[in-house]
Design a protein around this ligand. Structure first.
Ligand SMILES: [Zn+2]
Length: 75
């Protein structure tokens, strides 16, 4: 029996839609992925252009004195 057959059997036996289950899990993971401020570890709204440095608004303002260098994270 191939993996595909096994999965099919599982779907029938357990009355679940595997594709839907997988999708659901992936959505959950995506939602949970948060960008954390590199200074205070709070959820961040901005990042430094061309880097993976994330900052919350408060730290960004403290660090750069303005938000001109920063890009807003698109969610
Ligand atoms: Zn911060």
């Amino acid at each position: 029996m191939t993996l595909k057959d096994s999965l099919k059997e599982l779907e029938i036996k357990e009355k679940i839609n595997l594709k839907r289950e997988v999708k659901k899990e992936l959505t959950k993971i995506k939602k949970e992925k948060k960008y954390k401020c590199i200074i205070c570890m709070e959820e961040s709204d901005y990042y430094l252009k061309g880097t993976n440095d994330y900052y919350c608004k408060k730290c960004a303002l403290e660090h750069f004195s303005n938000l001109g260098h920063l890009k807003k994270i698109r969610r």
